[in-house]
Design a protein around this ligand. Sequence first.
Ligand SMILES: *Cc1c(COP(=O)(O)O)cnc(C)c1O
Length: 844
Amino acid sequence: MLNEVLPGLGQVEDSKGAGDRRSSIEPAQPLHSVPARPVAADAVTEMREAILGKLAFAIGRSPANARERDWYAATALALRDRIVEACVASDAAVPNKRVYYLSLEFLIGRLTSDALNNLGLFETTKAALAQLGVALEDVEAAEPDAALGNGGLGRLAACFMESMASLSIPAIGYGIRYDHGLFRQSLEDGWQREAPETWLAEGNPWEFARPEATYTIGFGGSVTMSMASEGVIRRHWAPAETVKAVAYDVPVVGWRGRHVNTLRLWKAEAESAIDLARFNDGDHVGAVAARARAEAISRVLYPSDSSPAGQELRLRQEYFFTSASIQDLVRRHVAERGDVRSLADHAAIQLNDTHPAIAVPELMRVLLEDHALGWEDAWDVTTRTLSYTNHTLLPEALETWPVELMERLLPRHMQIIYLINWMHLEERGKSGQGGAEHLAAVSLIDETHGRRVRMGHLAFHGSRRVNGVSALHTDLMRSTVFKDLHALDPDKIVNKTNGITFRRWLHNANPELTALAVEAVGPGVLDDPSLLRGLDAFARDSEFVRRYAAVRRGRKEALAVIVSERTGIDIDPSALFDVQIKRIHEYKRQLLNILETVALYQAIKAEPHRDWTPRVKIFAGKAAPSYVRAKLIIKLACDVARAVNDDPEVAGRLKVAFLPNYSVSLAEAIIPAADLSEQISTAGMEASGTGNMKLALNGALTVGTLDGANVEIREHVGPENIFIFGLTAAEVLDRMQEPGYAQAAIRQSPRLAAVLDMIASGRLSPEDPGRYRALVDDLRYRDQYLLTVDFDDYWRAQREIDRAWAEPKAWWAKAVHNTARMAWFSSDRSMREYAEEIWRVRVA
Ligand SMILES: *Cc1c(COP(=O)(O)O)cnc(C)c1O
């Protein structure tokens, strides 16, 4: 029994002292009882009546003919009422300082389970629905994922919003209310197909339309000058075209419902719905053309990840949501404080990547034109209010816009950028740093590829603080892309390692593991994840480990059902589940994983009678629709799956499955079922990663390179509880200078050579033998991401993992240590650090 191991708790190193330790173990909670609260009968009745009321009067259905979607909407509306009560309380007092988090993406996923968990209404609502003959799981499943983001960057914004609400940091998130979020992915014979995503088709019960919060956004036109007073020239922008930005608010409720923040998403609308004169002239299509053009701005999320979408519409989206947000927050500040000059004292604006970098000239424009500040005052307010988070150092992903496009679309902003740049370069000259090479490096305008505005430099120069998202990434920012700007202002760059919200990625995604943790270390762990450290003492407790493993087993069985339903592939829950789930990108090296899979396949076929560790390789992830190479990698994974899964010689000891349509909800199903987490990017290329954190928290062991936050995960879980392989970031930079590194690596590795031969030969694609020839040639002669160089060490690490899996006691001890030691990666910790060191707002 658990009680027998309690004395072991005395050895816990990191717990908060004896007084905080749990001296009694709570009785076992039924699963899904997080947070554990008694369910009062009248609370259930009240919730049941609230849901029935919404079903009748807001949806217009009777219980007899309500669909699951109707029950979902009724439940969401009933919960929303509860949140509004808390909301009104949060709104009552004007906070001293607000955080404004500007992000082109918020990958929030489903909201009902978040709200239920954070309000502590899970059991109550489940019981209320059960009385109506409805299963809560079915209601939850009827909610479409709000896929307003591509991947990590958008998911980070969602985790940060939840953590700010949980820490009672007054905050508003600003983004775009896309009609169509990230495309739906299906696999047709292994090829990715994209279909539009339609999350708003039946409305969104979580949002409030706020037509009273509407702003005018200009594009194009010209800049005029006037004499404001003797010798003072004022410039005014007269846009040629205007669009309305209309606010839609989604409440973000924090843990235990103590605080509610707002996610304000902007919808684009035309100034007028129809050109009546044209309509009456019989031009029925032309009469709504302007409207279609305006509304196109919030129509679709750009499905590009880590590379700029060079479309004019993308720049229109960026300016649209940035301008609406800046206008909104300045208006609020002036209404509350009277004077725009004190903006920096009461507002901290965080730019999530460079997508909202146009905020620098936009805030300047508003201060100069609408509030008549002088240049120096405006620049002072701007640079004390804004901060910028960098998410990537990949050269192809650093956003730049052609000067010509900026001049046409945003003429006033281009003037302001020129003026900012002129002063910036003047100052360099004055301080004797005026060498042409230095000036070219720090200039906001890149003159080397046509003339383009460097949005990263603009955001950097206009910000008080600039942060990277892991220790390694921040170091590389200082030494590479922002080297010269960093030298000018060495205190500006700070590190803020990413985090994940444990409410979603532990409590909601894995209620079974959460219940076990509560039982072992006490319910305080729900509020203070550092108490997870108490689980260390249970790592070798056979009863605890048996239950920890049983929780995993249950989730693996559930995932096996999903895999079977969605791919037709049967997998064995007792095999090692090896997962790589993330956007498909060459630098993330799904291809390296596939190469190792083929090598393992060949090894099994060469020695079919050895006792191979049964493994299931599970992949999921979307490729940007225009990213041909990434789509071919998906196809290769599917071709390998086809060859391996049905080979009688393999006899089920290796299976490969590619699960279509990766999303937040699918992640919530896969992560608790994972034994092994693949985090194998080329060192120096993954800024942080957050999937790595979700998986380790849930007890998957990581096989990874020393990249992004993997470095810090190793420090926290201990080097004996993670499998590290491959070159370091510094070694990668060196090796890239050596010509012919790929050929050399292949020459030294007969195993790799055999894998490449097999893929190039067409044996995996008999219907199209040349399908992978170019892919393999690229590996042989270029290999930009150093797969060939890391292959042998990756193979070694994987075989070490096979041996570790064969020792269940040691394996589960490692898994428990991972869960126990991941508390630092809570986004609450990230948000506290931002609050203290970047925003300077008080955390309750
Ligand atoms: C966490 C998450 C990501 C980010 O994954 P990485 O492995 O860090 O790239 C992407 N998409 C979804 C749906 C996620 O939940």
